[in-house]
Design a binder for this molecule. Structure first.
Ligand SMILES: [Zn+2]
Ligand SMILES: [Zn+2]
Length: 340
């Protein structure tokens, strides 16, 4: 079978690799779509390689189960599924203590795990990590479950309730996922801060209450004016730069929460007394705790995750020229590779 494997910085090759077969407790799927993520760009352009040998990339994917291994019940060949790529064990404190998504060191399909990834004709996954897509949820949406679950986990970490005032920094796919997840919970007061005009337009069309261009408006003043000077209850930092980090803390109100969903390429300088003064809490959010996949898929079936205006499709042969390269230039939002 064919697989896109990463060898080093700016070196992905379409390789013929041995066919994979499901073992006990595993299923094999024929991959239909695989989304390209910011972490793929980090690995490809910055050489942040998860391991020294070439490995199959792609961790946001969905497909149709074609073979089930011994002992697998409840999932039959022909079932469309989304795959949860974060692997876990059954022994460590985190995996047995309710935090399997924080198993360390992290092992993720498509990010260095020896088990493979989504940019391949076929992928084998443990049955516990495949989630059937109900009627009305497309395979395209199935490949979006992964990033939307990341966003949803961030919303859970923010302990958001209807009626709260929220701000999102960064309108990339994770920021969009936060907006759509918040809207599904009845949180309508969502302000988005985003420098790119194309991204502002896309997230505005998806239902943001107000979209701020930080190059043209004073972000802090605008949020404070909108909230009657109280500040936001929960802020989602999905941009990953110093300005957005610092402003996230400043726009949070008394005992506000800031949820960090971004990867930072550089350190940031800030004064922690900003957190002390208003008793601001800063929390990280990684991957998805158990339950996020199921919830996102249910919400997709209810129509909460439209894909118009922000998801584009490319053929496998266009992975670099139509995918990685324009994404890096900020010209596209979510690019999905259609596998044959
Ligand atoms: Zn990702
Ligand atoms: Zn573990």
């Amino acid at each position: 079978m064919l697989a896109s494997r990463l060898y080093g910085t700016e070196d992905v090759r379409l390789d013929e690799v041995p066919d994979v077969e499901p073992g006990p407790g595993e299923v094999r799927l024929k991959v239909a779509h695989n989304g390209i993520c910011g972490s793929d760009l980090h690995m490809y352009f910055q050489g942040q390689l998860a391991r020294p040998e070439p490995f199959t990339i792609g961790h946001e994917f969905a497909g149709v189960v074609d073979t089930v291994g011994p002992g697998v019940t409840g999932i039959a060949p022909g079932t469309p599924v989304a795959v949860r790529p974060f692997l876990r064990c059954a022994e460590c404190d985190r995996c047995t203590g309710g935090l399997p998504h924080l198993h360390a060191p992290m092992r993720v399909l498509g990010c260095g795990a020896a088990e493979g990834g989504g940019l391949a004709e076929y992928c084998v996954s443990e049955a516990q990590h495949v989630f059937a897509l109900p009627d009305g949820v497309t395979l395209e949406q199935g490949a979006l479950v992964e990033p939307m679950a990341v966003s949803y986990n961030g919303i859970r970490r923010g302990e958001v309730e209807p009626g709260m005032r929220t701000v999102i920094f960064g309108a990339g796919p994770i920021g969009i996922g936060v907006l759509l997840g918040l809207r599904s919970l009845g949180v309508d007061d969502v302000v988005v801060v985003e420098p790119s005009a194309a991204r502002r337009e896309a997230i505005g069309a998806l239902g943001a209450a107000e979209v701020i261009d930080p190059g043209a408006a004073d972000v802090i003043r605008t949020v404070m004016a909108r909230t009657g000077g109280r500040g936001a209850d929960v802020v989602f930092e999905c941009a990953g730069v110093e300005a957005s980090f610092v402003q996230s803390i400043v726009v949070a109100g008394a005992r506000g929460r800031v949820v960090i969903l971004a990867i930072y390429e550089q350190n940031v300088a800030f004064n922690p007394s900003m957190m002390m003064m208003d008793e601001i809490e800063v929390r990280g959010a990684l991957g998805y705790e158990d339950g996020c996949y199921e919830t996102v898929i249910d919400l997709m079936a209810k129509g909460c995750y439209p894909t118009d205006g922000w998801v584009e499709h490319i053929p496998w042969s266009g992975l670099i020229d139509e995918g990685f390269a324009p994404l890096r230039r900020g010209e596209r939002m979510k690019v999905m590779v259609d596998l044959p």
